[in-house]
Design a protein around this ligand. Sequence first.
Ligand code: G1P
Length: 307
Amino acid sequence: MRNCHSKTITKAVFPIAGLGTRFLPVTKASPKEMLPIVDKPLIQYAVEEAYAAGIRQMIFVTGRTKRAIEDHFDAAHELESMLEYEQKQQLLDSVRNVTPDDMHCVYVRQASALGLGHAILCAEKIVGDDDFAVILADDLMMGETPVMQQMIDQYQQQQGSIVAVQDVPRSQTNLYGIVSGNESQGALLKINQIVEKPLPSDAPGTLAVVGRYILSASIFDELKKQQPGIHGEIQLTDGIASLLKKEDVFSYRFNGRRYDCGSKIGYLQAVVDLASCHPEVGESFNHWLANKVESPCTEVFKQKQVN
Ligand code: G1P
């Protein structure tokens, strides 16, 4: 068993091989992680959160139809030359800032969609023996201190695996990994049980795992032992359940707001909230929105949305 905790987290794994069926047809040929929140794709928010927390190696576990993500984090020489020539400095900076010079992107392929646990296992060779972060780009997290930074701060005190959690209505436990425990210190709880998507009647509580994890590299050995769980997939939650028999695993109630951008309603809420604060369009958007609230749905659009 590997048991050496390093003090800092330098690597983040982004599982991005999922099919995004909830957003079809827009995700038929393009990745759900490229859905824009005003002018930045979801995946960029996730990568920026990791970067802001000092992480420099970004490991993408990718699959078919995800090429746009590799292109997004690659240099775009032709575009940059054109913006330079036209002296559009602000746009040029926005393009260059996608991939700072000291950020390193690695891509590994998950050939079959065998589940989140399997996706993490695909990154084993690149992660090696270091503790590492996992970020699910679907969960857009906004905190005064970036949520991954909050988790690394906790990790530096606690040196154990940590999963971010929030309270959810009991009726929704079947959508999440659910944790329970009894030794809590502030926002941290030492987990003694974690279950993937339990029915409300079977759930050990209502604290739900959201898409941020710091994991000990020992998780890989646990994932290798897992049989397919709920939905016939190798579940990360099941790997964590066996990890916590050997090592401490904590849950952390983060400070901030989570948008479930894997659902249409959460995605739309994120777009509206971030558009409201956008430096370029925020003011005029808010003005438009205030009037819009008076007459929410225009008849002609209603008809167009019906297929
Ligand atoms: C995944 C995890 C689940 C977690 C959730 C957070 O589920 O399996 O434990 O609570 O992400 O968003 P998914 O939403 O991919 O079905």
